[in-house]
Design a protein around this ligand. Structure first.
Ligand SMILES: Cc1cc2nc3c(=O)[nH]c(=O)nc-3n(C[C@H](O)[C@H](O)[C@H](O)COP(=O)(O)O)c2cc1C
Length: 208
């Protein structure tokens, strides 16, 4: 069902240019998390949503390695983020490292071959994860700022897997928990207008 009004938005204050489900506007990337744990069943639901993402030939190249804040591995996971991200993501309820398989496995007749869509497919899985988190009352914050060599070594990630992002999951909190410099950035962002990114028929000529 198409929502009836673009103004029928959003806890975030975002307004769509065309009617969309409010879930898309209510997903955002806070850095202030409340430091509370998340029930293990909720993380499994969030990962389950990612599992149902579409992928080329249904190869499902995504893999997830995760820790809850009350797991013994928590400090190790926080230490695998870059210092900027570790400075706020330590208040998340869970951290998920997203991997994507750069190879399509061969069989008796064909060798392994490079995948041209693994990153795109893993991106779809991340998006589903984030939207399911929002639907459960959490938020998910993707982080490209991670220590990839350290992740590979600490988590035993095989060489064939790319490590695009880690994800911080938790309940958004009052920005007061953040250092002054980050507080002002703690607002849901806007987007380019649709006519700047979607073109009927052909890409617009330069200068048009
Ligand atoms: C692939 C990816 C990598 C990102 N890396 C970081 C990061 O390292 N640190 C950070 O604070 N935010 C990071 N972000 C969050 C983006 O800045 C954020 O999604 C973007 O500004 C749009 O805001 P919104 O998610 O609140 O709608 C990343 C987002 C994506 C999708």
């Amino acid at each position: 069902m198409i929502p009836s009004s673009p103004a029928a938005t959003a806890a975030t204050g975002r307004v769509a240019g065309h009617p969309v489900d409010p879930l898309f506007l209510n997903r955002w990337s806070p850095r202030a998390f409340d430091g509370a744990p998340m029930p293990r069943a909720h993380l499994l639901t969030i990962l389950e949503a990612a599992r149902w993402a579409p992928s080329a030939f249904n190869i499902q190249p995504w893999r997830f390695v995760h820790a809850h804040r009350d797991d013994p591995a928590w400090d190790t996971f926080v230490g695998l983020l870059d210092p900027f991200n570790g400075g706020w993501a330590h208040r998340a309820a869970a951290l998920v490292v997203v991997l994507s398989d750069t190879l399509v496995s061969g069989d008796g007749t064909r060798p392994d071959r490079p995948s041209s869509t693994h990153a795109f497919d893993a991106g779809a899985a991340w998006a589903q994860m984030a939207l399911q988190a929002t639907a459960l009352g959490y938020q998910a914050h993707a982080m490209a700022g991670i220590e990839r060599d350290a992740i590979r070594a600490a988590l035993g990630v095989p060489e064939r897997f790319h490590i695009p992002i880690a994800v911080a999951l938790g309940r958004a909190a009052d920005p007061v928990v953040l250092p002054e410099t980050l507080r002002a950035r703690e607002v849901p962002s806007d987007r380019l207008p649709l006519d700047a990114i979607a073109f009927a028929g052909a890409f617009p000529a330069a200068g048009a």
